[in-house]
Design a protein around this ligand. Structure first.
Ligand code: FES
Length: 321
Protein backbone atom coordinates (compact mmCIF):
# COMPACT_ATOMS: atom_id res chain seq x y z
CA UNK A 1 0.00 0.00 0.00
CA UNK A 2 1.25 3.39 -0.87
CA UNK A 3 1.82 6.28 1.55
CA UNK A 4 -0.96 8.49 0.25
CA UNK A 5 -2.31 11.66 1.78
CA UNK A 6 -5.92 10.49 1.93
CA UNK A 7 -9.29 12.16 1.90
CA UNK A 8 -12.71 10.50 2.48
CA UNK A 9 -15.34 11.08 -0.18
CA UNK A 10 -18.86 9.86 -0.90
CA UNK A 11 -20.34 9.14 -4.33
CA UNK A 12 -22.88 11.92 -4.77
CA UNK A 13 -24.06 10.79 -8.20
CA UNK A 14 -23.28 8.26 -10.85
CA UNK A 15 -24.08 8.61 -14.52
CA UNK A 16 -23.77 6.32 -17.50
CA UNK A 17 -22.24 8.64 -20.08
CA UNK A 18 -22.26 6.16 -22.97
CA UNK A 19 -22.15 2.41 -23.16
CA UNK A 20 -19.12 1.29 -21.07
CA UNK A 21 -18.32 4.68 -19.50
CA UNK A 22 -19.65 5.87 -16.14
CA UNK A 23 -18.90 9.14 -14.44
CA UNK A 24 -18.90 9.57 -10.67
CA UNK A 25 -19.35 12.82 -8.79
CA UNK A 26 -17.40 12.63 -5.51
CA UNK A 27 -18.21 14.91 -2.59
CA UNK A 28 -16.24 15.25 0.64
CA UNK A 29 -17.49 13.33 3.70
CA UNK A 30 -18.29 15.36 6.84
CA UNK A 31 -15.24 17.20 8.17
CA UNK A 32 -13.28 16.76 4.93
CA UNK A 33 -12.55 19.22 2.19
CA UNK A 34 -11.40 18.68 -1.36
CA UNK A 35 -8.02 20.22 -2.19
CA UNK A 36 -7.80 22.53 -5.18
CA UNK A 37 -6.47 20.97 -8.38
CA UNK A 38 -5.24 22.18 -11.74
CA UNK A 39 -6.31 20.93 -15.17
CA UNK A 40 -4.62 17.63 -16.09
CA UNK A 41 -4.49 16.37 -12.47
CA UNK A 42 -5.49 12.87 -11.39
CA UNK A 43 -6.42 11.23 -8.10
CA UNK A 44 -5.69 7.80 -6.69
CA UNK A 45 -8.94 6.00 -5.96
CA UNK A 46 -8.75 3.31 -3.26
CA UNK A 47 -11.38 0.74 -4.12
CA UNK A 48 -13.12 -1.44 -1.48
CA UNK A 49 -11.04 -4.46 -2.59
CA UNK A 50 -7.82 -2.56 -1.77
CA UNK A 51 -7.02 -1.97 -5.44
CA UNK A 52 -5.68 1.51 -6.21
CA UNK A 53 -6.31 3.13 -9.58
CA UNK A 54 -5.60 6.56 -11.00
CA UNK A 55 -8.27 8.61 -12.74
CA UNK A 56 -8.04 12.08 -14.25
CA UNK A 57 -10.28 14.75 -12.79
CA UNK A 58 -12.71 15.89 -15.45
CA UNK A 59 -14.61 18.53 -13.49
CA UNK A 60 -14.00 22.25 -13.71
CA UNK A 61 -10.94 23.06 -11.53
CA UNK A 62 -12.73 26.19 -10.30
CA UNK A 63 -15.59 24.14 -8.90
CA UNK A 64 -14.53 23.08 -5.40
CA UNK A 65 -17.54 21.25 -3.94
CA UNK A 66 -16.97 17.95 -5.77
CA UNK A 67 -14.64 16.07 -8.09
CA UNK A 68 -15.76 14.17 -11.16
CA UNK A 69 -14.05 11.17 -12.73
CA UNK A 70 -15.13 9.04 -15.69
CA UNK A 71 -14.14 5.41 -16.12
CA UNK A 72 -14.18 3.16 -19.15
CA UNK A 73 -15.00 -0.48 -18.47
CA UNK A 74 -11.91 -2.20 -19.84
CA UNK A 75 -12.61 -5.75 -21.10
CA UNK A 76 -8.99 -6.58 -20.18
CA UNK A 77 -9.55 -5.07 -16.73
CA UNK A 78 -7.41 -6.46 -13.91
CA UNK A 79 -10.36 -5.59 -11.66
CA UNK A 80 -10.11 -1.79 -11.31
CA UNK A 81 -12.57 -0.50 -13.90
CA UNK A 82 -14.97 -3.39 -13.28
CA UNK A 83 -15.06 -2.53 -9.58
CA UNK A 84 -15.58 1.18 -10.26
CA UNK A 85 -18.54 0.31 -12.47
CA UNK A 86 -20.10 -1.62 -9.59
CA UNK A 87 -19.92 1.31 -7.11
CA UNK A 88 -23.20 2.84 -5.95
CA UNK A 89 -24.37 6.30 -4.98
CA UNK A 90 -23.75 6.95 -1.27
CA UNK A 91 -20.75 4.62 -1.06
CA UNK A 92 -17.72 6.07 0.73
CA UNK A 93 -14.19 5.80 -0.62
CA UNK A 94 -10.71 7.07 0.13
CA UNK A 95 -8.91 9.09 -2.48
CA UNK A 96 -5.40 10.49 -2.69
CA UNK A 97 -4.93 14.23 -3.06
CA UNK A 98 -4.73 15.42 -6.68
CA UNK A 99 -1.35 15.15 -8.41
CA UNK A 100 -0.57 16.58 -11.81
CA UNK A 101 1.86 14.98 -14.28
CA UNK A 102 0.07 16.50 -17.27
CA UNK A 103 -0.23 20.21 -16.49
CA UNK A 104 -0.96 23.04 -18.88
CA UNK A 105 2.11 25.14 -19.67
CA UNK A 106 2.41 28.48 -17.91
CA UNK A 107 2.20 30.63 -21.00
CA UNK A 108 0.18 30.04 -24.12
CA UNK A 109 -0.56 32.11 -27.15
CA UNK A 110 -2.79 29.27 -28.29
CA UNK A 111 -3.30 25.54 -27.75
CA UNK A 112 -4.45 22.41 -29.55
CA UNK A 113 -6.06 19.59 -27.58
CA UNK A 114 -6.32 16.10 -29.10
CA UNK A 115 -8.27 13.49 -27.12
CA UNK A 116 -8.91 9.88 -28.09
CA UNK A 117 -11.79 8.01 -26.41
CA UNK A 118 -11.60 8.09 -22.61
CA UNK A 119 -8.50 10.31 -22.98
CA UNK A 120 -11.05 13.13 -23.10
CA UNK A 121 -11.21 13.30 -19.29
CA UNK A 122 -8.22 15.58 -18.49
CA UNK A 123 -9.03 17.60 -21.62
CA UNK A 124 -12.42 18.61 -20.21
CA UNK A 125 -10.67 20.37 -17.32
CA UNK A 126 -8.03 21.79 -19.69
CA UNK A 127 -10.67 23.24 -22.00
CA UNK A 128 -12.43 24.89 -19.02
CA UNK A 129 -9.17 26.46 -17.88
CA UNK A 130 -8.06 27.65 -21.32
CA UNK A 131 -11.49 29.14 -21.94
CA UNK A 132 -11.41 30.96 -18.59
CA UNK A 133 -7.93 32.30 -19.41
CA UNK A 134 -9.21 33.47 -22.83
CA UNK A 135 -6.52 31.39 -24.58
CA UNK A 136 -7.52 30.55 -28.18
CA UNK A 137 -7.66 26.77 -28.56
CA UNK A 138 -9.08 23.98 -30.67
CA UNK A 139 -10.25 20.76 -29.09
CA UNK A 140 -10.28 17.68 -31.33
CA UNK A 141 -12.07 14.73 -29.79
CA UNK A 142 -11.73 11.43 -31.66
CA UNK A 143 -13.98 8.48 -30.91
CA UNK A 144 -15.18 5.35 -32.67
CA UNK A 145 -18.65 6.67 -33.41
CA UNK A 146 -21.15 9.32 -32.39
CA UNK A 147 -22.86 6.90 -30.03
CA UNK A 148 -19.61 6.10 -28.18
CA UNK A 149 -18.75 9.79 -27.65
CA UNK A 150 -18.94 10.49 -23.91
CA UNK A 151 -19.82 14.06 -22.84
CA UNK A 152 -21.05 14.91 -26.35
CA UNK A 153 -24.06 16.90 -25.15
CA UNK A 154 -22.05 18.60 -22.42
CA UNK A 155 -19.42 19.72 -24.92
CA UNK A 156 -22.04 20.89 -27.39
CA UNK A 157 -23.70 23.07 -24.74
CA UNK A 158 -20.47 24.29 -23.11
CA UNK A 159 -19.28 27.88 -23.18
CA UNK A 160 -16.39 26.72 -25.40
CA UNK A 161 -18.47 24.62 -27.81
CA UNK A 162 -17.16 26.65 -30.77
CA UNK A 163 -13.69 25.26 -30.07
CA UNK A 164 -14.78 21.61 -30.06
CA UNK A 165 -14.48 19.36 -33.11
CA UNK A 166 -15.84 15.84 -32.82
CA UNK A 167 -14.40 13.24 -35.22
CA UNK A 168 -15.31 9.59 -35.49
CA UNK A 169 -13.55 6.53 -36.87
CA UNK A 170 -16.50 6.01 -39.15
CA UNK A 171 -15.52 9.27 -40.90
CA UNK A 172 -12.65 8.92 -43.32
CA UNK A 173 -9.02 9.88 -42.73
CA UNK A 174 -9.31 10.97 -39.11
CA UNK A 175 -6.54 9.05 -37.41
CA UNK A 176 -4.02 8.65 -40.24
CA UNK A 177 -0.96 10.87 -40.12
CA UNK A 178 -2.15 13.19 -42.91
CA UNK A 179 -5.48 13.63 -41.12
CA UNK A 180 -3.78 14.28 -37.79
CA UNK A 181 -1.28 16.73 -39.30
CA UNK A 182 -4.21 18.68 -40.69
CA UNK A 183 -6.01 18.64 -37.35
CA UNK A 184 -3.11 19.96 -35.31
CA UNK A 185 -1.95 22.50 -37.89
CA UNK A 186 1.34 24.35 -38.09
CA UNK A 187 3.45 25.13 -35.01
CA UNK A 188 3.48 28.74 -33.86
CA UNK A 189 5.28 30.70 -31.20
CA UNK A 190 3.97 29.60 -27.76
CA UNK A 191 1.37 27.30 -29.23
CA UNK A 192 1.13 24.07 -27.18
CA UNK A 193 -0.18 20.69 -28.22
CA UNK A 194 -1.76 18.32 -25.65
CA UNK A 195 -2.60 14.72 -26.51
CA UNK A 196 -4.28 12.10 -24.35
CA UNK A 197 -5.67 8.71 -25.27
CA UNK A 198 -4.54 5.28 -26.40
CA UNK A 199 -0.88 4.79 -27.27
CA UNK A 200 -1.37 4.45 -31.07
CA UNK A 201 -3.16 7.82 -31.23
CA UNK A 202 -0.50 9.50 -29.09
CA UNK A 203 2.29 7.98 -31.20
CA UNK A 204 0.65 9.03 -34.49
CA UNK A 205 -0.14 12.55 -33.25
CA UNK A 206 3.37 13.16 -31.90
CA UNK A 207 4.83 11.81 -35.15
CA UNK A 208 2.58 14.08 -37.22
CA UNK A 209 3.54 17.07 -35.05
CA UNK A 210 7.25 16.36 -35.35
CA UNK A 211 6.89 15.94 -39.13
CA UNK A 212 5.34 19.40 -39.30
CA UNK A 213 8.25 20.77 -37.22
CA UNK A 214 6.56 21.18 -33.84
CA UNK A 215 9.29 21.45 -31.22
CA UNK A 216 9.24 18.73 -28.53
CA UNK A 217 8.98 21.31 -25.74
CA UNK A 218 5.52 22.29 -27.03
CA UNK A 219 4.21 18.71 -27.29
CA UNK A 220 2.63 17.27 -24.12
CA UNK A 221 1.00 13.88 -23.82
CA UNK A 222 -0.37 11.44 -21.28
CA UNK A 223 -0.74 7.71 -21.80
CA UNK A 224 -3.69 5.82 -20.43
CA UNK A 225 -1.72 2.59 -20.38
CA UNK A 226 1.99 1.90 -20.24
CA UNK A 227 3.21 1.08 -23.77
CA UNK A 228 5.20 -2.05 -22.94
CA UNK A 229 4.39 -5.40 -21.47
CA UNK A 230 5.77 -5.09 -17.92
CA UNK A 231 6.63 -8.77 -17.54
CA UNK A 232 8.74 -9.50 -20.55
CA UNK A 233 12.46 -9.39 -20.01
CA UNK A 234 15.70 -11.08 -18.97
CA UNK A 235 16.21 -12.24 -15.38
CA UNK A 236 17.98 -9.68 -13.22
CA UNK A 237 19.72 -9.68 -9.84
CA UNK A 238 18.71 -6.91 -7.46
CA UNK A 239 21.22 -5.90 -4.80
CA UNK A 240 19.63 -3.90 -2.00
CA UNK A 241 22.17 -1.50 -0.59
CA UNK A 242 20.56 -0.64 2.76
CA UNK A 243 19.31 -4.10 3.77
CA UNK A 244 22.25 -5.97 2.24
CA UNK A 245 19.82 -8.46 0.61
CA UNK A 246 19.99 -9.91 -2.91
CA UNK A 247 16.84 -10.84 -4.85
CA UNK A 248 16.79 -12.83 -8.10
CA UNK A 249 14.01 -11.69 -10.47
CA UNK A 250 12.85 -14.17 -13.13
CA UNK A 251 12.05 -12.86 -16.62
CA UNK A 252 8.30 -13.29 -16.17
CA UNK A 253 7.99 -11.39 -12.89
CA UNK A 254 8.07 -7.66 -12.23
CA UNK A 255 10.81 -6.29 -10.01
CA UNK A 256 8.21 -5.01 -7.52
CA UNK A 257 6.54 -8.44 -7.27
CA UNK A 258 9.86 -10.27 -6.87
CA UNK A 259 10.73 -7.94 -3.98
CA UNK A 260 7.28 -8.41 -2.41
CA UNK A 261 7.71 -12.20 -2.65
CA UNK A 262 10.81 -11.78 -0.48
CA UNK A 263 8.89 -9.66 2.05
CA UNK A 264 10.29 -6.35 0.79
CA UNK A 265 7.25 -4.23 0.11
CA UNK A 266 7.71 -1.34 -2.28
CA UNK A 267 4.60 0.90 -2.50
CA UNK A 268 2.75 0.35 -5.80
CA UNK A 269 -0.45 1.85 -7.17
CA UNK A 270 -1.11 1.85 -10.91
CA UNK A 271 1.27 -1.07 -11.70
CA UNK A 272 1.52 0.37 -15.22
CA UNK A 273 4.39 2.83 -14.95
CA UNK A 274 2.09 5.84 -14.92
CA UNK A 275 1.81 7.20 -11.37
CA UNK A 276 5.41 7.13 -10.02
CA UNK A 277 4.47 5.53 -6.68
CA UNK A 278 7.00 2.68 -7.04
CA UNK A 279 9.95 4.80 -8.18
CA UNK A 280 13.20 4.14 -6.25
CA UNK A 281 16.80 5.34 -6.51
CA UNK A 282 19.26 3.27 -8.54
CA UNK A 283 22.84 3.24 -7.20
CA UNK A 284 24.45 0.99 -9.81
CA UNK A 285 23.48 -0.69 -13.10
CA UNK A 286 21.43 0.59 -16.04
CA UNK A 287 17.63 0.48 -15.93
CA UNK A 288 15.56 -0.38 -19.01
CA UNK A 289 12.83 2.22 -18.51
CA UNK A 290 9.36 1.05 -19.50
CA UNK A 291 7.30 3.55 -17.57
CA UNK A 292 5.74 6.76 -18.81
CA UNK A 293 6.23 8.61 -15.52
CA UNK A 294 9.90 9.67 -15.54
CA UNK A 295 10.99 12.62 -17.63
CA UNK A 296 13.37 12.07 -20.53
CA UNK A 297 16.32 13.61 -18.63
CA UNK A 298 15.68 11.30 -15.67
CA UNK A 299 15.57 8.27 -17.94
CA UNK A 300 18.91 9.23 -19.47
CA UNK A 301 20.45 9.78 -16.03
CA UNK A 302 19.27 6.33 -14.91
CA UNK A 303 19.32 7.32 -11.23
CA UNK A 304 15.66 6.42 -10.59
CA UNK A 305 13.36 3.73 -11.94
CA UNK A 306 9.79 2.43 -11.66
CA UNK A 307 9.86 -1.06 -10.18
CA UNK A 308 6.34 -2.03 -11.29
CA UNK A 309 7.24 -2.25 -14.98
CA UNK A 310 10.86 -1.34 -15.83
CA UNK A 311 13.63 -3.92 -16.28
CA UNK A 312 17.42 -3.81 -16.51
CA UNK A 313 19.91 -3.47 -19.32
CA UNK A 314 22.64 -4.83 -17.04
CA UNK A 315 22.63 -8.28 -15.32
CA UNK A 316 22.23 -6.61 -11.93
CA UNK A 317 20.96 -3.40 -10.40
CA UNK A 318 21.84 -1.94 -7.01
CA UNK A 319 18.86 -0.18 -5.45
CA UNK A 320 18.61 2.21 -2.50
CA UNK A 321 16.45 -0.19 -0.48
S1 FES B 1 3.04 1.77 -9.40
FE1 FES B 1 2.59 3.46 -10.67
S2 FES B 1 4.49 3.76 -11.70
FE2 FES B 1 4.78 1.95 -10.63
Amino acid sequence: MTELDLCQVRIRSRRREVNGIVSLQLEPCEGEHLPAFSAGAHIDLLLPSGTIRQYSLCSDPEQHSSYRIAVLLDPQSRGGSREVHSLAVGQELSIGKPRNHFPLADNHDSAVLVAGGIGVTPMLAMAQTLHRQSVPFTFHYLTRSRSSTAFRKELRSSAFSDHVHLRHDDQQGVADSAGLAELIGEPREDRHLYVCGPQPLIGATVEAAQATRWSDEFIHFEHFKAPNDPVDGDPVTLRLERSGKTVEVPGDCTLAKALANEGINVPVACEQGICGTCVVSVLDGTPDHRDTFLREEERKEGKRMALCCSRSLTPSLTLDL
